[in-house]
Structure formats: C-alpha cells, structure tokens
Design a protein around this ligand. Sequence first.
Ligand code: MRU
Length: 378
Amino acid sequence: MGDHYEVSEKGAGALAIPSLRWEEPPEGPVLVLLDQTRLPAEEVELVCTDVPALVQAIRTLAVRGAPLLGIAGAYGVALAAARGFDVEEAVEALSQARPTAVNLAYGVRRAAAAYRAAAADGAGAQAAAAALAEARAVHAEDIEASTRMAEHGLALLGELLPGGGHRILTHCNTGALVSGGEGTALAVALAAHRAGELRRLWVDETRPLLQGARLTAYEASRAGMAYTVLSDGAAGSLFAGGEVDAVLIGADRIAADGSVANKVGSYPLAVLARYHHVPFVVVAPTSTVDLDTAEGADIEVEQRPAQEVTEFSLPSAQGAGAGPGAGIPVAPLGAQAYNPAFDVTPPELVTAIVTEAGVVSPVTSERLAEVCSTSRWS
Ligand code: MRU
C-alpha cells in the first residue's frame, strides 16, 4: 500500500460507481453494492445474489450508513421475493443484521408490507414486483430527501453563520456513499462548497473503522473540497483554537425526545461544541426518526468485535472469515475492548435537526413530531 491513494477527478461530488444498484441479468436479479470496505484504495463491486450475502455485506460494513441501509434492506426483500426465497425469513435476517440504524428496519418493513399486500390477493410474481416497486420508491424518496436536506441545511448555515467562509467539522461518513442522492450532513457541506461558502471541511478519521479518513475524505477529494483529516482526539484543540464554526453530523436513529444516536465520537463533539459555543447540527431524513423509541436510553447501541480496537487492520481485512489475529495486534493478548459503534447525544446539546421536511430547532419532542407529521412519508 502506498503512502497516499490517488483519487480520480470526476464530476464534483459524484461517485465513480453508485453506492448500490438493482440489476436484472439473464441469470436472475442481483443487488450490486460498491464495497465500502475497499475504499479508497479500490472501487470494487459486490454482487449479492441472495439475502445471506447481503446480510454479510451489512454486518461487515461493505454497505453502511443509515439511509443506504434502508434502501439495501428494501431491495433485500425484493431480492428474496424475486428469487423465490422465503421472504419472511429474509425480513427477519435483514431487520436484525444491525440494530441501531432504524432505517434498515424501516426499508425492510416497507418492502415487506408491499409484498404481503400483493401476495394476499395475487400471484407470487405480482408480489415480487410490488416489493421491488416499493424498494425503488424508498430509493427515489431518499434521493429527493437528500436534495431537500441540502437546501434546508445550507439556509440554516447562512442563518447560524452569517459571515460565510464556513469551517465545518464532520464525523463518520454521510455523503453519496450512504445515500441514493448526495447524503445528509456531507450533502449540506457539499452545497456550501458549491455556493463558495465552505472554507474548510475538518474530517474526523472516525476510529476504529475510519469512515472519515477513508470515505469522507474520498468523497471530499472527488468533489474538490478543501478538507483536512484529523485524528478524533485532535478535535478538541481545533475547537480551542477557534478553528471550527459548526459541526455537521448524520444520525442512525433519533428518538422521540430528540436524542441522536450516531457514530461513536459524536457525543464528545457535541460536548465540545457546547463548551465552545459552536452550533452542533444533525442532518437526517425523517425516516431516521423513530417516534416509537421514547428517549435516548432506549436506543440499542451495536457493540462491535473487540479486534476492531485491539488489532490494527483496514476494514477490508476484517470482512468475511476474519477473526482475532486478522490484523496487527496493538493491545496485549487477551485485552478486553469497549467498542460501541454509536453513542447517543441528548437533545439539549443539539442546535438543530435538519430533515427533508424542515428544521427542528430548538430540538423538542413537540417540534420533532410536528416536522415528522408534515413529511410526505409519515
Ligand atoms: O457504522 P456505520 O458506518 O454504518 O455508521 C454510519 C454513521 O454513523 C453515519 O453517521 C449515520 O449512518 C448517518 S449517515 C447519513
């Protein structure tokens, strides 16, 4: 592996390969995924012909990020239906593949409902077609939501930071890689970049799986943004030096009280932002809001394998079949590890939640419910 990866310049913000697509070759339908564990070194696709392959891709983070998990889950149900697999078994396996991002269960539920409704009064082929149509709808809605969030988010940045020349800090990866469109938080940063308003994108590397250093930097580079990667622990000194104007992050689940579950390391940023009087803005579609989860403490946080912390390796080496010993040990043999994939930020630390249906600010359960009720998909 070289010191730096070359990233080819294509259209500003566009991925070389879409993060996910449905195809129907003569051998039967497939779901094609851009394998995110291999980025930025290689743009390689994974072809899923069955649900276990897709579940594995979800668990290993080959496909990841809340909105994309919703789209993948919906297409997974369509895949099971189209290929004649047990759809209810697929629904179960897909919904449980990862627990925190509510979009996964949301996408699965929508495609499954369409399938069941058609299966109740039609032939299997019609039910499969209904599941696929619903998956395509989930996908299309995400593209539209992404555009709306970028518009609302850009307007909000203008209000919060009237001087322009924003220096934005982001965590994890929230761009086109996690979406049918341009994503959530990174879509707002991209809109600011296109408007000539982005001075710098600070990219947290996002330990331990490096979604920031590998994926956000990949997207920022393709888009020609001025970006700098930092280790997660370096964010504090950036705030202290007055170098951060706003934090923009995504979300995996937002509880009814406005608590935000997002990639581990988000909560410390919210605390830093509050201390330094910097806006902390969450960008997420209303499909990420889970009004059935009352508060943050009720959100199930995924715990990941210890070796992601006790060993050093790139996610591409941590995929199928990888286990302890797959990477270079960085902790004593037998060291215990605390490796939650997400943390939860309480609503009082969140300046605003930007959705496709509008901005929630201040973040209260009433205002969140109101904005969700005006969503086209509520
Ligand atoms: O574990 P990951 O990579 O799936 O986690 C993704 C995140 O935490 C993102 O910030 C979140 O899904 C929002 S993406 C729009």
